[in-house]
Design a protein around this ligand. Structure first.
Ligand code: DX5
Ligand code: ZN
Length: 229
């Protein structure tokens, strides 16, 4: 079983003090930094690009988990790799050639992840699973922080867990299962129980607006996950 990862989403951070927000949340116990990239084309919102990733890179040793909600994908992969991304994930529907994009991310020296929207079927994974380091299941429709968790994600997480366990049995290789959207201290245990090991939380953590608050929420999340994993 892979160790639990809590990945605060910077989307809900104070962008006027971004470097400080990164340092504070890692000091508060965050394992990774989740970096949401939106293009007002694949999703109806516009956030940040490689320049901002590069700007935060010197402020933490934590893994930077770049979630690309952009279309096309390939043209920006090298720029994010150079900007210091450790993991780059992209949506099944946003790449014309999923296998090629996975290869490109690896050739740039990053880990690669495939993202599934709430309505995206899991079988997109079947023929590329050997090239995937992490699966990201969306529990909201991508584009905004602060949305409510979509309940059907629970069954989907269980189904993906079964797929990944079966793959690990056959190959000995473990693939991470990340869930993103609407995760709170009140539902994270159910998400963990269904089989997730990596948890993105934006508004639940940064909504607290203070380092003490971040610490409290991250500790509560880790305790809730530990009670079921
Ligand atoms: C949504 C983003 C999420 C979002 C999570 O499109 O990918 O990472 O910021 O925010 P919360 O935890 O507030 O749902
Ligand atoms: Zn995200």
């Amino acid at each position: 079983m892979l160790e639990t990862v809590i990945a605060p989403s910077l989307l809900s951070a104070d962008f006027g003090r971004l470097a400080e927000e990164v340092r504070d949340v890692v000091e508060a116990g965050a394992d990774w930094i989740h970096f949401d990239v939106m293009d007002n084309h694949y999703v109806p919102n516009l956030t940040v690009g490689p320049l901002v990733c590069e700007a935060i890179r010197p402020h933490t040793k934590a893994v930077i988990d770049v979630h690309l909600m952009i279309e096309p994908v390939d043209s920006l992969v090298p720029a994010f790799a150079k900007a210091g991304a450790d993991i780059i994930t992209f949506h099944c529907e946003a790449s014309r050639h999923i296998d090629r994009t996975l290869q490109l991310i690896h050739s740039e020296g990053c880990k690669a992840g495939l993202v599934f929207n709430p309505a995206t079927p899991l079988d997109y994974l079947d023929y590329v699973i050997d090239k995937v380091d992490m699966v990201l299941l969306m529990s909201v429709n991508p584009g905004f922080g602060g949305q409510s968790f979509i309940e059907s994600a629970i069954d989907k997480i269980s189904a993906m867990r079964a797929k990944l366990d079966d793959y690990e049995k056959r190959t000995g290789r473990a693939i991470r299962l990340e869930v993103d959207g609407g995760i709170k201290t009140t539902n994270i245990a159910r998400v963990a129980e269904a089989g997730a090991d990596t948890f993105v939380a934006g508004s639940a953590i940064y909504g607290k607006k203070s380092p003490a608050g971040y610490k409290e929420v991250i500790a509560a999340m880790k305790a809730a996950v530990a009670s079921v994993r």
